[in-house]
Design a protein around this ligand. Structure first.
Ligand code: 5CU
Length: 354
């Protein structure tokens, strides 16, 4: 019998957000084409004027019944759903606080009617940082919300933006998770003509790594020891580069970061999803991070299999399969911990029916 799964990295574009993307003429947007709708979100996709720009978007991106069908197909008992990139980054600052609150209420309502199958990470109006602590406080009162998803770029100045300090403090005080996820990627000029592959594999993972490293080096975790960061895609490159980061900080004759502990100490306090695909990568992650802080994820509905729409919900997707297979070398205790026990504990939830 396969183990039940708790999926902590799984996205949706909520219907209110989809309506907004359909109205837009600029990136991010959804365009209707003869062969179906296309979702255009990534920076480089803006330049592509062909009918195959972006990626196909079907209702698996925004209908809750499709999320539940995917979960049933892959033995996922509970999902902690987050809005997908680029969240509300593009929204005018004055409109952002209300839109964030509306989306957070929509997500709570969706989770509340799921019979314990769905929980959520909300969004924050980062373009108005002074409003975020209050929204976090409001979110903490919503029974199915467990934190917020934040893009690695913040509002464009990185996560060590001094205006974000109240966000870290409020999240730590309220016990809410901050799920750090990439969107813009870095190094675009270094990989021309490589489709989405290099941006997603390298640009996204280094974007996340640099954002979290900056946050730590500027002392946000040292100042807020209760801060719970969940870092996407196995922490990008951080579990592998943590020793190098420690050494470079220690040997930097040009700068004293004034950190009470080396960066790896703070990285070891973080939570990580297990979306790294290969056994050696999960081995590196489990060797570095606290094994009680690694949790299964799928990145659904991205990386959709190329099958006709009418069989999609009964098709086995590669990403969950690969990430379950990547755990196969571990003992039963570790497998159980990553598959579901760590998620249950971190988010204070029960398996439905338990
Ligand atoms: O395929 C993609 O573009 C993506 C994306 O944009 N965000 C994500 O989380 N995964 C894949």
């Amino acid at each position: 019998m396969s183990l039940p799964l708790i999926d902590v990295h799984t996205h949706m574009y909520l219907p209110r957000y989809v309506a907004l993307l359909r109205e837009r003429k600029q990136i991010p947007r959804i365009v209707s084409r003869e062969k179906g709708d296309r979702l255009i979100i990534l920076p480089d996709e803006d330049a592509d004027t062909s009918t195959s720009a972006g990626r196909p978007i079907g209702s698996e991106f925004y209908e809750v019944k499709r999320k539940l069908a995917f979960m049933d197909q892959h033995n996922i008992a509970v999902s902690v759903v987050s809005s997908a990139n680029p969240w509300i980054d593009f929204v005018e600052p004055d409109a952002a606080p209300k839109l964030a609150a509306d989306l957070n209420d929509d997500l709570e309502a969706m989770c509340a009617s799921s019979n314990g199958r769905l929980y959520g990470f909300g969004v924050l109006p980062l373009q108005r940082p002074e409003t975020c602590a209050a929204e976090l406080k409001r979110i903490a009162g919503l029974p199915h919300m467990r934190g917020v998803i934040i893009g690695s770029a913040g509002r464009g100045q990185g996560l060590d933006d001094p205006e974000f300090e109240p966000i870290w403090k409020a999240a730590a005080d309220l016990g809410l998770f901050i799920f750090i996820h990439p969107h813009y990627g870095i190094g675009h000029e270094l990989f021309p003509d490589t489709g989405h592959a290099m941006l997603l594999a390298m640009g996204f993972t280094f974007e996340t790594s640099i954002a979290v490293a900056r946050l730590i080096l500027r002392g946000a975790m040292a100042r807020n020891p209760g801060l719970k960061l969940l870092i996407a895609h196995g922490g990008g490159t951080l579990p592998y580069l943590a020793g190098r980061l420690d050494s470079c900080v220690k040997n930097d004759i040009s700068k004293d970061f004034g950190l009470p502990k080396p960066p790896s100490h703070y990285l070891q306090q973080c939570w990580y999803d297990s979306i790294v695909y290969h056994p050696p990568a999960v081995a590196a992650l489990t060797a570095f991070a606290d094994p009680a802080k690694i949790m299964f994820g799928t990145d659904h509905p991205f990386f959709r299999p190329h099958v006709p729409e009418d069989v999609l919900d009964t098709t086995t997707w590669a990403v969950p399969e690969e990430n379950v297979a990547a755990l196969s070398g571990f003992d039963e205790t570790t497998k159980k911990a990553i598959s579901y026990e760590n998620g249950l504990k971190a988010f204070g939830i029960k398996l439905p029916g338990a």
